[in-house]
Write a protein that binds this ligand. Sequence first.
Ligand SMILES: [Zn+2]
Length: 175
Amino acid sequence: MPPEEIDLQPVTHILVDAIGPPGKRVFYLQGWQDNRSVTLIVEKFQIQSLAIGLEQFLAEIEEKNPDLTQASGDYEESKMHILPPVDPLFRVGELGLGYDEDTDLLILVARELVAEDQDPEQAGVVRFWCTRSQLRAMSNWGIEIAARGRPLCPQCREPMDPEGHFCPKKNGHSH
Ligand SMILES: [Zn+2]
């Protein structure tokens, strides 16, 4: 069977969201093209690394194309929550970024996580064609929800990870 390949081109709305109790949350990436949606399961660290990668990528694009307007990254929280159907197509193994200069669209490429004994060529692929602002908004919101699930440190008010936390108020000692 050929692997599933889907292009949402262009995306009308894209978001990430987390469902579940703190520490056990499942993160989702959901893209819409009008009434059609694709929902994928992602890891929190994938959202966080995407946010870092995206900022570097946007800086490169804007440097090479100085006439482009800056991507805004603003979002309305009420519009950034997952919508039914929450019926994930696959769990993401890898997220990548591309850019189409002709349309000024970013392409978020999600590749399915495959088991070690599975042929990687059989991994499903979804490409979300987004504006720079859509993806920056999703990414900013992603950073926000990734941080929300963690309790705040009583000393410095920064979110703490379950493994511990490098507290600036305690001269960098972990507690
Ligand atoms: Zn602290």
